[in-house]
Design a protein. Structure first.
Lengths: 132, 132, 132, 132, 132, 132
């Protein structure tokens, strides 16, 4: 159960309403996801978080799907249930099927394991990545 | 400093040598990265880990670069220095420039933050992802 | 569902009863929180954990609220639902309102993000903190 | 070693220079910390991150020192060396002495432990925090 | 709720059926645990994961119970509810009683705490482990 | 570099000296490991941490080596370099050779991976562990 009361769309005014409207328009959805309704407890943080996230998710050198895949990999690694549900929905909406999801999970599985091998044996870097 | 002695290519025999050779061929490199030289302490684990990792990284529905991007996102989230260096080298070799790396880091930054917002307020899922 | 049977206050005897009583007195509550009822499976660990925690939470150079804020920040970062609920209740009881909680969450959000930026680029320390 | 080239203050122009200047003014320091020099690889992300962080750290219901204490507790929990150095320097500059730092560490120690007790026994919440 | 449909034993064919059968035989159980039914979305990953896990859990220098204890310690540290339930069941089946479980939890508690003390003060290694 | 000055054995007095002496006697070593020298900044926390840790590590239903193995598994999962070095030294001193260490690492690798599979697919528990 949430630890703060979620602000409904009806209650939202000013900065909160503006962000709620932008979320629905940008995402093409007709409701405001719970996380944003909770964040409305701190309207400035809501606005700054939405703008930073919105910018980070805009297609650039990496496309939208690749960015959602990264978000899902991070959420799985952190074990955040809300986030895993949300980004799984997002990657599927962008066309990733269960077979591709299975590949994503395989990579997340493998490297969470090998990360610990590298730590266990305190392995030192082979070659540093080339600077640009 | 590593907590086990790294096996050199000269010392490798049998199962270990076979894996070392396969790593160099598959990756197109002329040395065996330190993590595999440490894993040689347990030849069966070395072989099973390499085969699982090799299979997980083969291009399928997701291409090679997307898979290395996932590996890097996981490694950053876990804070594994060896792994970050290794996968940064890999994504750059596959054509990701610093601008794209900057986008990847922005997404990892944003969702490590929002994962904690979702936890902080104990937010419940909006909609479950559609089953296939 | 808990993986061990929680000991009720009625069943508690000896060392367990003494700790249960001290918890209720120290915290000014009329029930024993579930975590302590589970810990009663190992009475020595229960006692040592309670004494260490009780001492760590006593006001010193840092006051009680600041210490509960730290406990909540740690619990959010780890994503521990029981702990988040417990420490959110505690900070509110000590006078933190939702607006202040929103500020706390904003800081936890920001630094879980920037922690990953520092790892992503393998940034080295600027200046070490002055020794005393 | 950083995986990207750090931008020097001399090289900075436009958006990057503006952020660098604002960092030095806001913090009252005469150099730009390494993390911001690395972030300059992605000027938009640099600007959005700085603005969000700057806003989150402004004194509000919680004062500046409490916010730096939260940042340090998060960084210790994540094991981020750069971040621990940076926020230890910050809390000391704001007046926290080693004795108070020792209290902070004691709380971080205790709750990283008890977080795992709660997980180990899959303890369910006692009482939910009061909604406002 | 799972984000993919769990494959039932009746539906399983080929590689998936072979792994399902091997799981039941190896573990001496008459059902296929949910995680393997989910993994069936990616039959190759299912097979490689099962083989690697099966090999890692075979008694060698470390016996079966010690290996399940390690698996439980890892799962508690990561806060993975499914995994904690599964490995708690396993260690109890192998003879660990609640008193011994309480000792395991005490060690996991203590070292999740001291890990953060070591990070907080950026402690450097005393002596490196002897190489063999 | 440590963020606090490490107290030397020569400087130690009172409670700190008593703990330092007990550490050397209990462990059969002739120096005080760095983590305890740092903890001396907060003598009460030093004493409570040492007593809790000492008790948790005493052989009971689980023997000393099994307890050190758990400590190492936790430290690898958290990626704490100081702790990994310290507990690797400890398990080797208690007789674990590199082959057994390789088995331990294999189990830690496998379950850090499968923990993420369980999270990725939001798998629900099969059967809860039997209550005692």
């Amino acid at each position: 159960m949430p630890t703060v009361r979620l602000i409904s769309e009806e209650e939202a005014t000013g900065k909160v309403k503006a962000v709620f409207d932008d979320i629905k328009t940008t995402r093409g959805i007709d409701f405001v996801p719970n996380i944003w309704r909770a964040l409305a407890v701190n309207p400035d943080h809501l606005e700054l978080t939405w703008h930073k996230l919105k910018h980070a998710m805009e297609p650039g050198k990496l496309d939208k799907l690749t960015k959602e895949i990264i978000a899902l990999a991070v959420s799985i690694t952190n074990g955040c249930a809300y986030c895993i549900n949300s980004h799984t929905t997002a990657v599927k909406k962008l066309g990733l099927d269960n077979e591709a999801l299975g590949e994503l999970v395989a990579v997340v599985d493998v490297f969470n394991g090998t990360n610990r091998i590298a730590e266990a044996y305190q392995i030192e870097p082979d070659i540093l990545p080339p600077e640009e």
